[in-house]
Design a protein around this ligand. Structure first.
Ligand code: HEC
Ligand code: HEC
Length: 218
């Protein structure tokens, strides 16, 4: 092969590899980077969380109806990413926007809130599913989801994978449908691919399984 052509091919590979390193779902920059690099202060975070308690509750356990997710015990990195994504409009959440937009919170306060929430105990009293789908849901989860979200649904702080165990059933189900149907635009494309083929009733079994798991120990 001629040397010039080889060079072009190599350059093309390098360009593809470089763009693969900053996937859009997790392009860490700007305020998200600032918040991630800040060592959050849990005491300041507790004070900054007060306006959030009306929806997410004082103990950050959310609502068993699933209208509001549990935030307590969630990985700080995940909380920071999700707040940054909501602020950037990648995840639509009009009810919450006035409370978390950049007039309401600085990146430093986001870091404080994340430090506070990730240290809170997880309430076991979450919204459960019907229970009949647990076995079928476990099969799907172990096959297609556990590689990222962990065998016990514990997620990964380093990789920005949310803890999904012991979350409210209805919230889990809603988010799975948003992710599958493209309504949650910050989603890791690998996840969208694996979740695409599943029907609503199959996703119900996965949510059923996850909601009844014990909160992961940290
Ligand atoms: C008016 C009600 C309301 C208030 C107040 C509110 N939130 Fe939320 N929050 C929601 C709803 C609803 C969702 C779930 C949206 C969805 O279904 O995608 C949510 C989701 C979240 C998530 C994503 C959780 C996850 O598992 O991905 C985070 C993080 C969060 N809220 C943090 C906060 C913080 C911090 C505050 C205060 C500064 C706050 N919220 C105030 C309603 C609220
Ligand atoms: C390649 C890794 C990966 C795989 C595989 C994966 N996920 Fe995810 N999942 C993520 C990431 C990353 C997020 C956070 C959203 C984002 O930023 O993309 C997420 C978010 C979620 C959420 C929302 C959690 C919350 O608190 O809002 C649910 C529910 C979920 N995944 C369920 C599933 C299910 C069910 C499967 C299997 C069918 C699955 N995931 C497979 C990486 C993955």
């Amino acid at each position: 092969m001629n040397k010039f052509l080889t060079m072009i091919i190599v350059a093309a590979f390098v360009a593809v590899a470089a763009s693969a390193q900053t996937p859009a779902w997790n392009d860490i920059k700007g305020e998200q980077l600032i918040a991630l690099q800040t060592k959050g202060d849990p005491a300041r975070g507790q004070a900054a969380f007060e306006p959030c308690e009306g929806c997410h509750r004082k103990d950050a356990s959310g609502r068993t109806s699933g209208a509001y997710p549990r935030l307590s015990g969630q990985h700080g990195t995940v909380l920071i990413k999700q707040i940054a994504d909501i602020r950037a409009g990648r995840r639509i959440n009009p009810k919450m926007e006035p409370y978390i937009d950049d007039h309401a919170l600085t990146p430093y306060e986001i870091a404080d809130i994340a430090a506070y929430l990730q240290g809170l105990p997880i309430s076991a009293e979450n919204g459960k599913g019907p229970g009949a789908g647990v076995a079928a849901g476990k099969q799907i989860y172990d096959k297609d989801c556990a590689t990222c979200h962990g065998p016990g649904g514990e997620g990964s702080a380093a990789q920005f994978y949310p803890m999904v165990a012991a979350q409210h059933y209805r919230y889990l189900l809603r988010e799975m449908e948003f992710i599958r149907d493209g309504d949650r635009k910050n989603s890791n494309p690998e996840m969208v691919k694996v979740i695409k083929p599943y029907t609503n009733s199959e996703l119900e079994t996965v949510a059923d399984y996850l909601a009844q798991l014990a909160p992961p120990k940290k």
